[in-house]
Design a protein around this ligand. Sequence first.
Ligand SMILES: [Mg+2]
Length: 252
Amino acid sequence: MAVDAVIFDWGGTLTPWKTADGRAWWRIAARLVAAELVDEAAAALAAADDELWRRSRDDHRSGTLAEVFEAAGVTADDRAYAVHDEEWEWATFLDPDAPTVLTGLRERGIRIGVLSNTSWTRARHEQIFIRDGVHHLIDGAVYTCEIPWTKPHPDAFRAAMAAVGAPDPGRCVFVGDRPFDDIFGARRVGMRAVLLPHSVIPQVQRGHTDGEPDAVIGRLTDLLGVVDAWRAASSSAEDLPRYRGEDAPRRP
Ligand SMILES: [Mg+2]
């Protein structure tokens, strides 16, 4: 199997999974609204954010942080974004393995993409990659706040393939931590899917189907061996029929 591109999920994949304490919206509200309004604003922010998760899970439609602020009556201005970004900064740091893996893929001539289900802005994600020194290694990224769909919708994956200039899903690998969004979604469009299984996905965020990964890795650096093995596989494997429809059966 030739590999033209490897496309990564972001949270829980390029960053190690972090479990939040559930108080983030309250702390954000406490910095943005008058003291007597904090509880109410925090509840509204949390409800609007929950609605984004529900919409992504059930309808595979995307949303934005601006929507969350507006639904809660909080002005979505630079101050609001800055407070939000500071609150979540601790959870955004790159897996220390990631630069090695991204550089190794580059050395193999493989293009690198990112496809993240996110309400955060592109500017914020790019700022994080620049801070962590890997922005220059990424050939194309799709942040679902900018498109109508979220993973596992096939169009989200197609947008990511277009962003990296790799139009053949049979020559793309997707790496993610979510069995539904990432693995089921990538397999359904005909990509190979690699699961990094360490994330503690809340039950309410899980979808209706756990996809069957083509490979499971214990840490990001294991990906290079998986990709090398696929690239070295006999060319006869390339001739296996591949179904690329909406309900792809398991690969033989
Ligand atoms: Mg993830």
